[in-house]
Design a protein around this ligand. Sequence first.
Ligand SMILES: Nc1ncnc2c1ncn2[C@@H]1O[C@H](COP(=O)(O)OP(=O)(O)OP(=O)(O)O)[C@@H](O)[C@H]1O
Length: 298
Amino acid sequence: MADILKTNSLSKSYKNVQALQDLNITVKKGQVYGLLGPNGSGKTTTLGILLGVIKPDNGKFNWFGNNQRDENRKNIGALLETPNFYPYLNAVDNLKIVAEIKSMDNVSDRIETVLRRVDLWKRKSAKFKTFSLGMKQRLAIASALLADPEVLVLDEPTNGLDPQGIAEIRSLILDVASTGKTIIIASHILDEIEKVCTHVAILKSGKLIKEATLEEILIQDKLLCVNSDNREELLNAIEEIPEFKYIKDLSGEILISVGEERTNAEVNKIFAEKGIYLSSLSLHRKNLESTFLEIVSS
Ligand SMILES: Nc1ncnc2c1ncn2[C@@H]1O[C@H](COP(=O)(O)OP(=O)(O)OP(=O)(O)O)[C@@H](O)[C@H]1O
């Protein structure tokens, strides 16, 4: 698969805040690549650098394996924040303005194609101000798709949307991905990322903690829910046993990670040797959220 994006030691500081440190990521054609991280981990700074809005202090990046920045920019559709459309103009007229600013050809065909793709064709003549937040976001994605770019870059695309709006954006992302486009999404909504992404990069305090396929991320360790009548002793024991890692409190039970090979009987025995008798021990189905917490808390 061809490289769509490669970064080499990208770094950026703001005064005494190291927003990004030696970031090396590679995105390949056709991937839906999720950039994950807690607040302030450097996601927006990364996208800003990649889109040429923020200048890095150090490091390089390369789109499409070449250095033709102006040409490449036309091949990247981006949605960094909800754009300002004209409230009293309809969807078509708003997109005509975008097409005119970017000197596009075949404007009517392009607009029909993207409005159908984001399922707003039926509302093409409605004024922007009458749109729901979800429809506004879909129009913004239509605008990012107008030039038929190779890559779509989305920063927190489901922010502020209700469950239906979120589901619509999810199916839109999957639909766009099915046309072979590469999509890069920054988000902290792990459930959403898990439903759409093929690859994930996890950032923490400006550093890349992990870059892998979604499957690789989800099968690293085994997660168990454990409990004991003496909770404090249980927590102390978890802290003392190096191979066990505390993940979080799960409505009373404690979620821990153990080595992938460990059987439940072995785990029970290790606790018993520490004088802890478990009142429950069960396998926890892995999802991106628990794995994410496991990775960023280590
Ligand atoms: N213009 C700026 N001036 C000073 N500090 C900044 C600036 N922009 C970002 N930072 C700091 O850089 C770090 C990374 O911020 P960034 O916005 O890239 O993170 P993020 O992962 O996108 O966070 P969020 O999810 O909250 O948007 C944070 O500590 C932030 O406070």
